[in-house]
Design a protein around this ligand. Sequence first.
Ligand code: 13P
Length: 341
Amino acid sequence: MLIAEKATSQQQCFSEKLRQESDRLYSKLSLLGWSKQVCEKLAPITLKINKLKKEKGVKILAHSYQTADILFGVADIVGDSLGLSKKATEVEENTILFTGVDFMAETVKILSPQKTVLVPTRGVGCTLADSITGENVKKLKLEYPGVPIVCYVNTTADVKAESDICCTSTNAKKIIESLESDTIIYLPDKNMGENLARITGKKVITWEGYCRTHHAISPRKFEQELNDNEVISFSHLECRPEIVKSSTKTGGTGDMHRFLNEAPSSKKILFLTEQGFIDRMKVEYPHLNLVDSNMICPNMKENDLVSILQALENPKEENYITLDENIRRRAHKAVIRMLKY
Ligand code: 13P
């Protein structure tokens, strides 16, 4: 074959791949109103990322709050914080690229120190994780000797290292009920601590930390839906106690996802959580009537396809998650205890 003919045939083959990729993206993203033109623009970059991750032996893990182009375009495993922590330990590849916020990628590194853990954007914070330090926990221990400390997964490794056990919104209730003590310290989410105190009947000492996205869900904003018998409302445990009390169900995004497998298609379902999760569910359960919350976590939205490609193609120092080994080992005890629940 002549060189010119070969080049034309390669070009045709690439154009066909692009067309297939944009069709694949459109089949999912059109359910959220994304246009064919947008999917055509995304296709070259998702193709490149998907090719590169295979060549380099990288698995992409994404939290459900990421944007839909990440979730349906390039992620290999999508889930809630508990599910992702568990799945990360089962990944065969030596490198994990975690798209979410820093503390989640740190949890992966705590559990799998032998793996390379990359993040697309470094320094993606969380108002909960940023509200407390290991030093604060040490002081609490002196103030309340012998009281077990349960820390939410939304904490840095040094806070986990000072805690007895870690938890996520999906297993927090079970973990608190499993502890013998009637009094526990729950860090750092005050709303969640108060919700868990009411649900478990235990005395819960709390910290002044809040998730800014869930704390902004006010009863006034969702008054109509919360009082409508045709709407099933499912609040995240990070919501204010008055929201959790007046919603039909409560839990983490893992519980919300499981609920959809048996949810009635006759009712509207309002998840009082970040919109990214609702978008994911709209694609996965198109027959259900899901109500938008329009609550956005700005931190979770700091990652995009461009930063994912950069971290895969040419990772810089800030893309690597590293932890002090002493802190990691102590944090590991609290996290591994959590994985039994
Ligand atoms: P999930 O445990 O439900 O995934 O929630 C994580 C989180 O950060 C909520 O704001």
